[in-house]
Design a protein around this ligand. Structure first.
Ligand SMILES: Nc1ncnc2c1ncn2[C@@H]1O[C@H](COP(=O)(O)OP(=O)(O)OP(=O)(O)O)[C@@H](O)[C@H]1O
Length: 242
């Protein structure tokens, strides 16, 4: 594989198994600083497994993962988090007994040093997601699924990651919350944060991405700009069923 000299984050020849089930079959991807990479593909092709492998929640059998030139592929999830990678997992995970405000304040307290000014303050999160502001004293466990998803994204932003991985953040959101999330991620992108956006909603992903890859059966089968994918009905039909 050719490595880009300006790659901020890279995955090289990554192979991940669940027992005998061979899921990721040699994934290569690279992300430049400030870039949004969309990862697309049908159900079951390995997108969530890729997110979990990046974060270290599932071990890979072969391959390397580099963040800013450092090999983090044998690091624990905690060490990867300290190194600056954050995952908003599919199906949102929030601490149910903490209120919205406690969740964001805790993330602000624990946040990585903000040298570059990319970190979001809790107040900026409230401004972006008015529903969270209205519910700032509610326990996360009492929020709707969509609101919990917003909180999970807000918490990750306040934590100031170098690389934010979002696993199907629009899943289960109402159209209004999808619009709000789109606006927030537009602002995240405008601050030159680096994102890997795993998505099923093609339009949502294409509108935010700088580059797009498509997975099929655990391999990267297509890589292009969003414009090129949008203009390629055969690829959309073949790999996304659209
Ligand atoms: N914990 C697990 N144990 C065994 N097999 C698993 C496990 N998690 C996922 N798989 C299998 O690995 C393959 C890839 O799953 P994965 O969740 O990564 O796909 P995905 O592209 O994220 O799909 P979706 O869009 O449905 O979330 C699937 O065949 C799935 O059944």
């Amino acid at each position: 594989m050719n490595t880009w000299p300006d790659a901020f984050f890279s995955v090289a020849d990554l192979h991940t198994y669940y027992g005998d089930s061979y899921v990721l079959q040699g994934i290569d991807l690279q992300v430049r600083p400030g870039e949004v990479l969309a990862v697309l593909g049908r159900n079951g092709v390995g997108k969530t497994t890729l997110a979990k492998s990046i974060m270290g929640f599932v071990g890979h059998r072969q391959g390397a993962i580099h963040l800013q030139g450092a090999d983090i592929s044998r690091h624990t999830p905690e060490a990867r988090s300290r190194a600056g990678i954050a995952l908003v997992p599919q199906g949102r995970r929030t601490f149910k007994s903490l209120s919205v405000a406690e969740t964001l304040d805790l993330a602000a307290h624990l946040k990585r040093f903000d040298r570059d000014g990319l970190a979001w303050s809790p107040e900026e999160v409230y401004a972006a997601f008015p529903r969270l502001a209205e519910r700032r004293n509610n326990r996360a466990g009492k929020l709707s699924g969509g609101e919990q998803q917003m909180l999970a994204v807000g918490r990750a932003l306040v934590g100031n990651p170098k690389l934010l991985v979002l696993d199907e953040p629009t899943e289960g959101l109402s159209p209004l919350l999808v619009q709000e999330l789109h606006a927030v991620l537009g602002k995240v992108k405008a601050r030159r944060s680096t994102l890997i956006l795993i998505e099923q909603r093609l339009k949502f992903a294409l509108a935010l991405a700088d580059r797009v890859i498509i997975l099929s059966k655990g391999k990267v089968v297509f890589e292009s700009t969003p414009q090129a994918l949008d203009a390629d009905p055969d690829t959309k039909q073949r790999y996304l069923g659209i």
